[in-house]
Design a protein around this ligand. Structure first.
Ligand code: DBV
Length: 249
């Protein structure tokens, strides 16, 4: 069992229990990808598997799971709501590299500086944030240009010990996902056309940033090549732009 498999299993089971969950298409060739990296006795298999679902309120729920031995484990899990809801994104980036663990967990806001939006989607989760932050201190240096995409309840931490990931990070992940699904339960469709246009712009802003700055681009390119990586990023991980274009055609 690898480090983030229990996170993935928990998430899928909870989504199945709480949502009317349907599959979401994964482009052919991207469900599972394997490469052998390193030389001699340092050789390691790196396996990337993809998972994707949708529900009536959630356009794409997707996960990328990278398993490459003890010092390379990644679970990147993001939920993109349909464009007629003002729900935040659920964003988890759980990364284990030779240098240690890097954990990002948040409900990423569409409108970070809007006080009504904060009251609706950040204040209710601040108690959860505070509970977990006691065990998961701020992780330090963090790209300034990414700040608009995170909420005040952003858990960002770099635990030294794997046990902290298995206990405190796992507990935080469960609480954030449950709280997110509470928001989903309560969400009502937006009908105001001005607000709908703002939501679409905010989703595109987020998505373009993530596709352009994907911190995994270098890693994936080394393992699987440029063509596979760019198609994985734009055709699966961050696919909204393609989906909007193909809907117009
Ligand atoms: N990150 C992704 C996807 C990944 C992934 C789709 C499928 O968005 C993995 C894989 N994240 C990943 C890896 C690293 C990070 C790091 C492999 C390590 C990169 C390296 O050190 O080589 C949050 N993830 C990071 C970092 C941050 C995040 C801040 C540190 C790297 C840096 O300083 O740039 N999550 C990440 C982020 C946003 C987010 C930037 C922005 C909205 O939601």
């Amino acid at each position: 069992m690898t480090l983030y498999q229990p996170f993935l299993d928990y998430a899928i089971a909870l989504l199945q229990e709480r949502l009317n969950l349907q599959p979401y298409p994964i482009p052919t060739g991207f469900e599972s990808k394997q490469a052998t990296v390193g030389k001699g006795k340092h050789q390691e298999e790196v396996l990337t598997t993809s998972y994707a679902y949708q529900s009536p309120k959630l356009r794409q729920i997707r996960a990328a799971h990278v398993q490459g031995g003890n010092s390379l484990q990644v679970l990147n899990f993001v939920i993109f709501p349909h464009l007629n809801y003002d729900l935040p994104f659920f964003g988890a980036d759980l990364v284990t590299l030779p240098g240690g663990h890097l954990i990002a967990l948040d409900m990423q806001p569409l409108f970070r500086d809007d006080l009504d939006y904060q009251a609706k989607y950040t204040q209710p989760i601040l108690p959860i944030f505070q509970t977990h932050q006691q065990h998961l201190p701020w992780g330090g240096d963090f790209p300034e240009e990414a700040q608009p995409f995170f909420s005040p309840a952003f858990l960002w931490t770099r635990p030294q010990q794997t046990e902290v990931v298995e206990t405190h990070v796992f507990a935080a992940f469960k609480d954030y996902l449950q709280a997110y699904l509470d928001f989903v339960d309560q969400a009502q469709p937006v009908t105001n056309s001005k607000y709908l246009a703002e939501i679409e712009q905010a989703q595109l802003r987020y998505l373009r940033y993530r596709a352009e700055k994907d911190p995994a681009r270098g890693m994936f390119t080394r393992f699987y090549g440029t063509e596979w990586t760019e198609e994985y990023i734009h055709g699966f991980l961050f696919d909204l732009e393609r989906k909007l274009t193909s809907a117009i055609k």
